[in-house]
Design a protein around this ligand. Structure first.
Ligand SMILES: Nc1ncnc2c1ncn2[C@@H]1O[C@H](COP(=O)(O)OP(=O)(O)OP(=O)(O)O)[C@@H](O)[C@H]1O
Ligand SMILES: [Mg+2]
Length: 512
């Protein structure tokens, strides 16, 4: 085993009213991947932010390569060899890829900045990751997965000896994840130590050497990954046993309630046809970029449709804005919580209340504080949102708890169709089960649930029926109880692999 390169001991940190860390320790060795695990709000991000100089600690010691450090700041941490890839992407959207990568450590020429040299280096690290983007592109124009890859390239370019990755894969495609794991392997060979945070526990077997588990701001255990079972890891994380990770319930399939006919939208979405029935959850599987999010946005009226019809309970709807959709009884919990799902500068109460003002106002239109309180309490308790008070700003919540607010605000109102776009991204195992149970409750109530997810185990485990999309079209429809991951992947990569016709297709039109 390699030498110890990072030792954090007795670390404590409080934010106003919240003890985020309480006497926590963490050790990292040369050439290892240390997975840092815990529920949402356990304190993982806070701990690594202390190591990278973003937050200062209230107590405890930090040694990096044997040297003890007092308060670190981002510059001293970087000089000590620490680099961090943040959970919430942290780039200047209006600057180019290259400018972002060299922010604060620009390469200077004789008289001015040496742009050519910086671009060359930026290109080198992007190539290494297999990312085909010009360093001159504006970051804000790129999709989230590409922005994530740029963050990773940036961390590589500083030649860190201690690399922290806080949920690096939550927005990556499976190909990009493969690239990332390959690079992690190479960095390990070079002696780099990696602290790796993820809620995708399936990833651990590919990369984790050791595991440190935290719960409620406290250290629980550190152990070699091979000495632990998945059940044991989960039990340490949540403090109790989770009986079933995918608790599907059986309901009788009711009548057809919702229908999308020949929907076309934007440059991607082509000829989408499907129906939702009462008492079932329909999973939408596919690779990142298959057009599932675009489809939900067109249905919900965020983006314009170029053709097609939407029917609810036998009536044709005309939806040209989200307000039309909400009035008709269709709601959407979107994928990008920072951009579309949450007002981070408003309180949790305001975030939950805003889309439900009609409910809170009732027939009279006078807002009722008691009703608002009741709605907030319901959302916070049903989803176990971890916060001392609903008056706190949404951006004081941990990443996963922010996601719960996005989902929670829609669950407290009566709807007919609920669309979830990647509802469990960044959410811990225990909370995932809570969200599945909520979806099950909707299903039991006879509400049609459309469930977009890139995690195949959860689509297979929770949905009744699975619709697979590829390249903006529906390529297959499968019975979730009969199918396999391999079969879903075959439909999901149909056009990529140029397979052309796939046998057994039940829905979807063929094109180009
Ligand atoms: N800037 C802040 N102000 C107030 N409270 C904060 C702040 N940052 C974090 N917290 C609180 O500290 C606790 C730990 O949060 P942290 O972000 O470290 O959790 P996490 O383990 O990374 O969770 P997740 O898996 O959801 O990302 C949470 O209760 C959170 O609400
Ligand atoms: Mg976090």
């Amino acid at each position: 085993m390699g030498n110890v390169i990072v030792e954090m001991e007795h670390i404590s940190k409080a934010f106003s009213g919240v003890q985020a860390l309480n006497d926590v320790k963490l050790e990292l060795r040369e050439g290892e991947v240390m997975a840092l695990l815990g529920e949402n709000g356990a304190g993982k991000s806070t701990l690594v932010k202390i190591l990278s100089g973003v937050y200062t600690r209230d107590a405890g010691t930090v040694r990096i390569f044997g040297k003890e450090y007092g308060d670190l700041n981002p510059t001293t941490a970087r000089e000590a060899g620490v680099a961090i890839i943040h959970q919430e992407l942290n780039m200047c959207r209006h600057l180019t890829v290259c400018e972002n990568m060299f922010l604060g450590r620009e390469i200077k020429g004789k008289f001015a900045l040496n742009n050519a040299k910086m671009e060359e280096e930026a290109r080198h690290y992007l190539d290494e990751l297999g990312v085909d983007i010009s360093p001159r592109r504006i970051v804000g124009d790129l999709p989230v997965s590409k922005q994530q890859m740029i963050e990773i390239a940036k961390a590589l370019s500083v030649h860190a000896k201690v690399l922290i990755m806080d949920e690096p894969t939550s927005a990556l495609t499976s190909k990009e994840i493969e690239e990332l794991f390959r690079i992690i392997g190479r960095l390990k060979e070079q002696g780099c130590g990696i602290i790796y945070i993820s809620h995708r526990l399936e990833e651990l077997e590919h990369i984790a050497d050791r595991v440190t588990i935290m719960r409620d701001g406290r250290f629980i255990t550190t152990a070699a990954y091979k000495d632990l079972t998945m059940d044991k890891i989960i039990e340490h994380m949540v403090g109790r046993e989770i009986k079933e990770r995918f608790p599907r319930i059986e309901c009788e399939k009711g009548e057809k309630i919702f229908e999308v006919k020949n929907l076309n939208a934007g440059r991607l979405v082509r000829d989408i046809n499907f129906s939702l029935y009462k008492g079932e959850i329909v999973g939408f599987a596919g690779l990142m970029g298959a057009g599932r999010t675009e489809t939900t946005r067109a249905i919900f009226g965020v983006d314009p449709k170029t053709g097609g019809e939407i029917w609810l309970e036998g009536k044709k709807l005309s939806i040209s804005s989200p307000l039309d959709a909400i009035r008709a009884g269709i709601v959407l919990a979107p994928e990008d919580r920072k951009k579309d799902g949450l007002c981070t500068k408003l309180s949790i109460r305001q975030n939950i209340a805003l889309p439900n003002l009609d409910v809170i106002g009732g027939k009279s239109g006078v807002l009722s504080r008691a009703k608002e309180d009741a709605l907030c309490d319901q959302a916070v308790s049903e989803l176990s949102i971890k916060t001392p008070s609903v008056e706190k700003d949404a951006n004081t919540l941990s990443g996963g708890n922010q996601q719960k607010v996005v989902v929670g605000k829609w669950l407290v109102r009566d709807s007919k169709v609920v669309i979830f776009d990647e509802p469990t991204r960044g959410i811990d195992v225990g909370a995932k089960v809570e969200i599945y149970n909520l979806m099950n409750q909707l299903k039991k109530k006879g509400i049609a649930v459309m469930f977009v997810s890139s995690e195949l185990p959860e689509v297979l485990g929770i949905a009744d029926r699975i619709i697979v999309m590829c390249d903006g079209r529906i390529t297959g429809e499968l019975d979730a109880r009969q199918t396999t991951q391999q079969e879903i992947m075959r439909y999901a990569t149909m056009f990529e692999n140029k397979l052309g016709k796939v046998e057994g297709r039940t829905e979807g039109k063929e094109r180009g």
